[in-house]
Write a protein that binds this ligand. Structure first.
Ligand code: GDP
Length: 296
């Protein structure tokens, strides 16, 4: 992830660090190069504009221009601006609510929603020692419920027994009841995906949402789809509310534009990254660490 951006910024900053004094026009030239690098990484244009304005203002400040190491100060300003763009502080999945804590998983078909449900359930079970129940509400795609059951078997996480013909709201209600009666800490509900943002399925998610009042609504998006992922997030946020974003296929995403724009465009924090197909390929999203990775 961020291969192109890291390479580009690395070149710019390498040249910068070798220089002594910087004039205002030198700093502006650097900012133009940073702008191009961000655009080539597919960061949304308004986000790039804001980034350059804010970083540029700080970088032409007298403190930088008079400094003996102005290049390093400019690099630090760009780093800090990246951290701010990414959301500043890590925002982990929040379980601070009465048990069973309902987590609703939403997203387009093929985004990695079911896989992520399995990964997160496994992690909550193994690392955080939570008792987790998973249920698939996907009655539209044949075998979706079976896919989750198999993931549960592989990861040692309980799944709600499948009842043929049962509708999503009833499944959700049953999952919450079983969760309460059997002492589960967390109930994860994997909703049906859709190919596009589609009103009928959105309404289905909204009705489940009204019923269970989830503590977390995690939207799963495919990082490889770039700015489309950002637009999907905006649509879901407006329609059903989103408390956090999970970005998948980060392992195949060399540009990173969606990850970089997501927070600034949608206002939703990225909480987790999917970095592979295996069940342990799940990482927390740390703005500081990501900024450090980008700047090498
Ligand atoms: P859903 O339709 O949203 O439930 O999508 P699935 O969970 O069935 O995932 C679709 C495909 O994406 C599967 O082949 C997954 O193995 C794959 N996948 C999911 N997350 C990741 C990820 O983070 N990295 C990679 N490389 N593949 C992923």
């Amino acid at each position: 992830m961020f291969d192109g951006l890291t390479g580009k910024l690395g070149d710019v900053f390498e040249r910068l660090k070798r220089r002594g004094a910087l004039s205002e026009s030198d700093v502006q030239a650097v900012m133009r190069e940073v702008r191009v690098a961000l655009l080539e990484a597919d960061v949304a244009l308004p986000v790039v504009k804001e980034f350059i304005t804010k970083a540029g203002e700080k970088a032409v400040g007298q403190e930088v221009l008079r400094s003996v190491t102005p290049g390093q100060m400019v690099v630090k300003i760009v780093h800090d601006q990246l951290v701010e763009m990414l959301g500043a502080e890590p925002e982990p999945v929040d379980l601070n609510a009465p048990a069973p804590v309902p987590i609703l998983m939403v997203g387009l078909q093929g985004s990695g929603k079911t896989t992520t449900t399995g990964k997160l359930a496994r992690r909550l079970t193994q690392r955080d020692k939570k008792k987790v129940l998973m249920a698939s509400l996907d009655v539209h795609r044949p075998a979706a419920q079976e896919q989750l059951r198999i993931l549960g078997e592989q990861t040692g996480v309980a799944t709600l027994p499948i009842v043929a013909g049962e509708q999503p709201v009833s499944i959700a209600k049953r999952a919450m009841t079983v969760g309460r009666l059997q002492g589960y800490d967390v109930v994860m509900l994997d909703t049906a995906g859709r190919l596009h943002v589609d009103e009928a399925l959105m309404a289905e998610v909204a009705s489940v949402h009204d019923l269970v009042q989830p503590h977390e609504v995690l939207l799963v998006v495919d990082a490889m789809t770039g700015q489309d992922a950002v637009n999907v997030a905006k649509a879901f946020k407006e329609r059903v509310g989103v408390t956090g974003i999970v970005m998948t296929r980060v392992d195949g995403d060399a540009r990173g534009g969606a990850a970089l724009s997501m927070r600034a465009v949608t206002g939703c924090p990225i909480k987790l990254l999917g970095v592979g197909e295996k069940m342990d390929a799940l990482e927390d999203f740390h703005p500081q660490r990501i900024a450090g990775r980008i700047l090498g």
